[in-house]
Design a protein around this ligand. Structure first.
Ligand code: BGC
Length: 874
């Protein structure tokens, strides 16, 4: 196999069913060991469902990522089958045709919903209380044999749909959370296999979700509306080509089911005795026997803001087996899953009718009991009441962050153990792209913990935490973590959707992004803040670096500019107005438990440093977009701000206002010192501070993600290795040796004596400090994009610490690129694999920065001199 196309995809979709782009750009990845293979052209074959013969387009171009749709746009609901082959440059072989892949658009216009109504139960909604989930149902008859069927559906709340008793699709917590005021996602399902000619029934279960549930610390609810509702259109194409449309309308019926409450923070109460058996099957009578069905009423539909998803849906991704059962000091039964995870339990249980099982989910134990205090007002409690029948149960419209579950009321008839109870992990179903492993098992565990915190917090929006009464799209956290996220998973679609919301919210607030996206009233009063607001510049730029999508960058550029032009309140010098509130270097290790913002580095100093940085990023964006005048404008602004930073934040010797880890990291990383000498001196002082601090971390949210990158940039990689390998608090591995299985909000969420930090912000699943994985991939693994989109990879592993071997890989838009190295008594040995149509610039240790450019294939490199100065423990 010299070279083949391993995967063809459209825009940033893993599955291109019901997409919103009528001219979807096409990308393909390669596989194969062909050396120095480059593409000089490609052929795309497109067979539209409406045509009998394909169109073929031969294009002479090396591009294989996000190439333009070569023909007329797709109409609404139109599908096409696409395959691609690529021709090798010169005498390099061509690929064979890729497997055919289908792309299908969703409902591109409001009219395409063919009059579907947003329907709710015809009764008064709950006032200032949780909304009990509702069932909506209808019967319909299909006249002819079915060729294909699509369900388009969304809800005011979360939905699960059924046909004839069978669940539609695998999405959970659908349609996810968006800034529904601007963008309300609908999902598309292929339901051909669920329908029958003749009688059918459709059922939709709707819960409050983010739409009208309690969101944001206390009692706030009904953020977007106060009534649960759903809207659906079923389009059935008969074998004779006829189309039948079934839509939500006023002929539907509604009732309550067995779920009494299901709330994001608080959990679910379910009574199996209240199941309406057969409610989504035909021949179910809503009038006799099951008496409490009522009619429906129409709500205003979200026309004008209905969109196909950009990112993947939330799904059940994996199952975790029960590891241990504990009897607590007070005699409680506690399940330990061995992993702090996000999702819920699946029970298989039989017991006496009316028996209630209560499950309280927590991340940690304190004094041997489940520690509920860090959850603040979130209950994370499920209650299940049994009927006479065996029950397989999972909650529907809630999720929990937990490792431990206290169970009470478990019936004696079923053995409580791994066979009767499992943990189900759910998150946005992104493709895994990064892998890392090295000879240090603690670092491997840290990498795993970082990944688990990403899984737990990429829940349709990037949340701060998954367990307490918060779970909000905090922008500062997302800013710090995004480069790491972009290594671990293909986040392109995920960011694309979220950044659309960020920009919509921002542009409606004079260019000021809310501190959480989607915005919520609980924190709407927080004005513009650096680092958090800077997400509107940094994340589009980081995404562009990883995925190379200029179109996305262009879409996001407007928001980035608005932040600089109108969002940031300035003083007379054009720097941040110092009187506005700043989060600053949030949660640095010295911030006291009761005051997370009381950092050792001044918050306005942090803000000004970031201001220079993001102004420079907007200049880079403008340059990438070919906006020459604007690039000059922002370049001038950035140099001017840099001058003012020097003037106001440093003395003539380059001593900065706060000679702290963050205080020096920021100007060093952002190139803010006036001269090379002062830069070198500042790097030296940073090193000294770290050494004086016994290599322990001194940074919070603003500094941590840049600390390692800064030290490496200034040839202090050894110092950072030492920091990374510390195991006492505050350090990354402290959490690992304290049995952490995720990354924590605070450096010491768990105190050295095993007790839980007394602060009210004590999550065990926050990803911001896991941002160090970006450095791990770039420096230990040695991989980073040398140009946006990874056409060329920079491979520059820098060995250090006690690490004798490491390997990292990244599934780039071209295919998998990897590096693997080892140090032994004969030297440093590196193997680099580059996918076809891509390149690598390899910079070896001790090479003084000289790079060697290689094409696709497997390449090995040796640095024999390295054996002498690395202690490999032999
Ligand atoms: C969140 C953080 C967030 C912060 C704002 C907290 O409640 O959990 O992660 O960034 O507020 O500073």
């Amino acid at each position: 196999m010299a070279v083949r196309i391993s995967e063809v995809y459209f825009e940033h979709h893993r599955l291109a069913l019901g997409i919103g782009e009528s001219e979807p750009r096409i990308s393909w990845r390669f596989e194969g060991d062909a050396g120095n293979w480059t593409q000089d052209g490609y052929t795309i074959e497109i067979l539209r469902a409406s045509q009998s013969s394909p169109e073929t387009f031969e294009i002479g171009s090396p591009d294989s990522s996000l190439v333009p749709w070569p023909t007329v746009s797709l109409n609404s609901t139109e599908s096409a089958t696409v395959r691609v082959k690529a021709s090798g440059e010169g005498d390099h072989p061509d690929t064979v045709w890729s497997d055919p892949v289908t792309v299908e658009t969703g409902l591109l216009n409001d009219q395409d919903w063919s009059g579907a109504l947003m329907i709710a139960a015809d009764r008064e909604t709950e006032f200032n209380a949780t909304h009990r989930p509702i069932l909506l149902r209808n019967d319909f008859t299909l006249d002819s044999p079915i060729s294909s069927a699509r369900l388009y559906i969304t809800a005011y709340g979360m939905y699960e749909a059924y046909f004839n008793g069978a669940r539609v699709g695998t999405n959970v917590l659908a349609p996810g959370w968006q800034s529904y005021h601007y963008r309300h996602v609908y999902d598309t399902y292929d339901v051909t296999g669920l329908l029958l000619q003749g009688k059918n029934a459709i059922g939709i279960h709707v819960g409050e979700g983010w739409y009208s549930g309690r969101i944001g610390f206390e009692t706030e609810r009904n953020l977007y509306g106060d009534t649960l509702a759903a809207m659906a259109l079923l389009v059935v194409t008969g074998q004779d080509g006829t189309k039948q449309y079934i839509r939500t309308d006023e002929s539907w019926a509604s009732a309550f089911g067995a779920v009494i409450t299901s709330e994001i923070y608080d959990g679910e109460t379910y009574d199996s005795r209240l199941e309406k058996k057969g409610w989504s099957e035909p021949d179910y009578h809503t009038t006799d026997g099951a008496g409490d069905w009522i009619g429906v009423k129409q709500l205003e539909a979200p026309y004008g803001r209905l969109f196909a998803p950009d990112g993947p849906p939330i799904r059940r991704i994996e199952e975790v087996t029960l590891k241990k059962m504990i009897t607590s000091p007070s005699g409680k039964t506690i399940l330990d899953f061995g992993q702090n995870l996000v999702g819920w339990l699946r029970l298989n249980v039989t017991g006496p009718e009316g028996q209630s099982i209560k499950m309280v989910h927590t991340e940690v134990l304190e004094n041997g009991e489940v520690a509920t205090r860090p959850l603040r007002t979130a209950k994370q409690t499920d209650n299940v009441t049994l009927s006479t029948e065996p029950l397989e149960w999972e909650p529907t419209f809630t999720y929990h962050g937990f490792r431990y579950v206290e169970v009470t009321g478990w019936p004696g008839e079923t053995v409580l153990g791994p066979d009767s109870i499992k943990a189900i992990v759910v998150h946005s179903d992104m493709e895994e792209t990064g892998s890392f492993e090295c000879s240090n098992s603690l670092l491997n565990k840290l990498h795993s913990n970082v990944k688990w915190s990403m899984k737990g917090n990429f829940m349709s929006v990037p949340t701060d935490c998954p367990q307490r009464d918060e779970r909000l799209g905090w922008t500062g956290d997302a800013h710090a973590f995004s480069p790491t996220a972009n290594f671990l998973y293909d986040t392109s679609g995920f960011w694309r959707g979220w950044l659309k919301d960020a920009q919509s919210e921002q542009l409606a607030r004079n260019g000021v992004p809310p501190v959480v996206v989607p915005n919520v009233p609980a924190v709407d009063n927080v004005g513009p803040t650096a680092v958090w607001g800077d997400v509107i510049v940094a994340n589009p730029w980081n995404a562009y670096n990883s995925f190379g999508d200029l179109q996305d960058l262009e879409a996001q550029y407007q928001g980035a500019k608005a932040w600089l032009d109108t969002g940031i309140p300035r003083n007379e010098m054009g720097m941040w107005n110092r009187s506005v509130f700043q989060y600053g270097d949030w949660l640095d290790p010295l911030s006291p438990p009761e005051d997370a913002g009381a950092a050792t580095t001044d918050a306005t100093y942090v803000a000004d440093a970031y201001l220079v940085y993001v102004t420079g990023l907007v200049e880079k964006m403008a340059t990438a977009l070919g906006l020459v005048d604007e690039a000059i404008q922002y370049q001038t602004a950035a140099s001017d701000l840099k001058r003012k930073f020097i003037q106001t934040r440093m003395n003539a010797d380059g001593i900065v206002q706060n000679e702290t880890q963050t205080g020096l990291t920021l100007p060093l990383y952002f190139n803010l010192f006036p001269s090379a000498e002062q830069t070198a001196a500042a790097a030296q002082r940073l090193d000294n501070i770290i050494i004086a601090n016994k290599y322990l971390v001194g940074t919070g949210f603003a500094g941590t993600h840049l600390l390692g990158l800064t030290l490496t940039k200034h040839n202090l990689t050894d110092t950072f290795y030492q920091m990374l390998l510390q195991t006492t608090v505050p350090s990354w591995l402290y959490q690992v040796v304290m049995d952490g299985t995720t990354t924590w909000e605070r450096w010491d969420s768990l105190l050295p004596d095993g007790s839980v930090n007394p602060g009210s912000m004590t999550s065990f699943n926050h990803y911001a400090f896991g941002s160090v994985a970006n450095w791990i991939y770039q420096t230990i693994g040695g991989l980073s994009p040398a140009e946006p989109g990874w056409k060329t990879t920079k491979v520059q592993p820098i060995p250090g610490g006690d690490i004798t071997e490491a390997k990292a890989s990244y599934l780039s838009p071209y295919g998998r690129v990897s590096s693997e190295w080892e140090v032994d008594s004969t030297g440093f040995h590196l193997t680099v694999v580059v996918p076809p149509n891509a390149f690598a610039e390899v910079i070896l240790p001790l090479s003084g920065g000289t790079s060697q450019r290689v094409g696709s294939g497997t390449h090995t490199f040796e640095v024999p001199e390295l054996a002498d100065w690395v202690d490999v423990g032999q």
